[in-house]
Design a protein around this ligand. Structure first.
Ligand code: TA6
Length: 306
């Protein structure tokens, strides 16, 4: 039986830094505040909802129509897509982006670190319910360190006796001033699958700009990406390890209108740049082994818009 927030605060609260509450939809969430930043993580899905370094605008975007309810993925923040990215490869009736982003994770540890950052460790293991969707024993751990930057690491352990293969993503939603004015660098000369054009394979020429529905799976790339945002006069840098895929998504106007938890015009204020292993980049983990998917998200002000 999951602990309630009073029991969780007893065990994991840190005065002035870590506090658990029942958030919107009565979903338990961890509120983190330190000298560097504030952040919020929902226990459902170990879902980082908010990250905002002091003196900066929010870095992560959440829809004003986000639905906070058991079993529903929150529209924004960093949903964890695992053990498959997008549609299940063999059974489209299974949940999009796997099943862990709508399950209740457990708090395993909270630590106030020497550099005044805050580390939160959450865990999730297989169950009869998950094995009906994906027939493998596993243990997941999400390690989040909140500081001037946000450090997120998903550790997938194979606790079974057979190898398993998966795809997945830290499906980052970022706040931008105006998506049509941003450029995303780091993906130049990289092959991608275009999900708006029947997964056709193309090559990225120059930085990524967005002027219509964009849904691209960039393959075999370990590069950091930078979102240059002239309107908010800042850069967001996503550095990554253990990821060979970067996904860039903006639904644009028509697709956003068709998504219930997107309000019609807020697509202009967001872009997804996702730290992933998807498409051809499938991960195989031997019994007893583990794979780490890691990203560090930082934001820099630019005194003058470029
Ligand atoms: O990462 C881009 C994408 O795969 C899009 O195709 C779109 O489906 C998006 O994820 C959101 O998926 P969701 O299931 O969260 O609505």
């Amino acid at each position: 039986m999951a602990l309630n927030v009073d029991e969780l605060n007893e065990r994991f609260g840190i005065a002035g830094q870590v506090h658990l509450v029942n958030g919107p939809g009565d979903l338990p969430q961890i509120q983190i505040e330190n000298m560097h930043a504030r952040a919020v993580i929902a226990l459902q899905g170990a879902h980082v909802i908010t990250f905002q370094p002091h003196h900066h605008q929010p870095v992560l975007w959440v829809s004003e129509r986000a639905i906070y309810a058991p079993g529903k993925a929150i529209r924004g923040g960093i949903p964890i897509c695992w053990p498959w990215f997008g549609q299940h490869p063999g059974d489209p009736s299974k949940p999009m982006h796997g099943f862990v982003r709508t399950q209740r994770w457990t708090v395993e540890q909270t630590t106030a670190l020497a550099d005044r950052t805050t580390r939160i460790e959450l865990g999730f293991t297989d169950s009869p319910e998950t094995r009906r969707l994906w027939p493998f024993p596993f243990r997941l751990q999400l390690n989040v360190t909140v500081g001037q930057s946000l450090d997120v690491e998903l550790v997938a352990q194979n606790t079974g006796s057979a190898a398993f293969s998966y795809t997945g993503a830290l499906h980052n939603y970022f706040t931008v001033g105006d998506v049509s004015g941003v450029t995303i660098s780091g993906l130049e000369d990289t092959a991608y699958l275009d999900k708006t054009d029947e997964f056709k394979r193309n090559m990225q020429n120059g930085p990524v700009t967005i002027s219509s529905e964009t849904d691209r799976v960039y393959l075999d790339t370990t590069n950091s990406c930078t979102i240059e945002d002239p309107q908010l006069r800042r850069q967001i840098v996503i550095a990554k390890h253990g990821s060979r895929t970067t996904v860039v998504w903006n639904p644009w106007q028509e697709k956003a209108r068709a998504i219930a938890d997107f309000s019609p015009n807020e697509y202009t204020a967001m872009v997804c740049v996702e730290t992933a292993n998807a498409g051809d980049d499938i991960v195989t983990v031997a019994p007893g082994e583990e794979q780490r998917l890691h990203e560090n998200i930082s934001v820099m002000s630019r005194k003058t818009a470029r």
